[in-house]
Ligand binder design. Structure first.
Ligand SMILES: NC(=O)c1ccc[n+]([C@@H]2O[C@H](COP(=O)([O-])OP(=O)(O)OC[C@H]3O[C@@H](n4cnc5c(N)ncnc54)[C@H](OP(=O)(O)O)[C@@H]3O)[C@@H](O)[C@H]2O)c1
Length: 267
């Protein structure tokens, strides 16, 4: 890596999004603030850090959890610190300066950075180089990023879903759910999804290729819905269930009474 004299290091403006206060209910733009900071285009000498320019930022549901104050250890990721901490999440970015042997300036990465123009990543262990430039870069915040990995790992590593099996997906029109459904269909499963509007249900059936879908706000008896939509000649069944979302309790009850449904909780 070329050594740049301290006096020659360029400093640029770095706009950042911070949380103003802890949130109750649905977050709004008033809960956040854009602040103008500055960043030196350098990494600490001898460190494995990388300085990146963020190109695409993702906004995911788990960020909402971090916007509420929790008692110690009651959340699986630390709460944001209002007033100073930049919101962070997955992004697609370009390396500007690197102290890491695996990354060089110009490399495109996906991983965890901040909601800011530039991020200094002290240890880029959660960054991955993008080697397939034939896809739109934004896909690395979706189907080729964490939502896609979550769907893939849940369906194939945890459930080990196979051709001919049943898969029920809740929050099926969401970022993860729609990929679970499509992967399951590609595998030859019989796939049923639930969503909270007729428009989403239509999307599941006409665009994402689900075999069937229902609006859980209209069809309140989940047991009846799953019983109606199940095909008796199908093999083992999986429920790709998003924890804390609609009909969590009912589907657990249903699974208990209608073996062999296997429930996969996605937190
Ligand atoms: N995105 C990721 O990379 C990732 C990774 C690991 C885990 N997860 C977890 O997987 C779950 C789904 O994530 P996602 O990214 O697919 O989410 P998403 O795209 O935001 O979809 C979430 C959907 O959940 C439904 N929902 C039901 N009850 C809700 C409520 N009280 N508030 C808000 N939405 C509600 C809504 O659809 P309806 O209108 O159909 O109800 C909503 O569109 C979350 O628990 C998340 O923490 C996500």
């Amino acid at each position: 890596m070329a050594v740049v004299a301290e006096a020659e290091v360029e400093e640029v403006t770095n706009r950042q999004v911070i949380l103003k206060r802890y949130v109750s209910g649905c977050p709004t733009v008033d809960d956040m603030e854009v602040v103008a900071g500055a960043v030196r285009l350098a990494v600490p000498p001898g460190s494995p850090a990388v300085l990146v320019k963020n190109l695409y930022l993702s906004c995911d549901p788990y960020m909402r959890t971090r916007m509420t104050r929790h008692s110690e250890h009651s959340n699986f990721v630390p709460d944001y610190v209002p007033g100073k901490q930049v919101l962070d999440n997955c992004s697609v970015c370009k390396v500007v300066v690197s102290g890491h042997p695996d990354f060089k300036p110009g490399d495109l990465l996906w991983g965890v950075t901040g909601w800011e123009e530039y991020s200094l990543i002290p240890n880029p262990m959660f960054c991955h180089r993008i080697n397939h430039h034939e896809f739109p870069l934004s896909y690395y915040t979706g189907v080729l990023g964490v939502p896609g990995l979550t769907a893939y790992a849940g369906l194939f590593e945890v459930a080990k879903a196979k051709k001919g099996e049943h898969v029920f997906v809740s929050a099926a029109a969401g970022a993860v759910g729609q990929i679970v459904g499509q992967l399951a269909k590609l595998t030859g499963c019989y796939v049923v999804g639930s969503a909270g509007s007729d428009q989403k249900v239509n999307l599941l059936k006409t665009k994402f290729g689900f075999d069937d879908a229902f609006n859980y706000k209209k069809e309140l008896d989940l047991n009846a819905a799953l019983k109606r939509l199940r095909r008796t000649n199908q093999g083992q069944s999986f429920c790709f269930q998003f924890l804390l979302y609609a009909h969590e309790d009912e589907s657990i009850v249903y699974m208990n009474h209608h073996q062999p449904w296997i429930i996969i909780m996605n937190y």
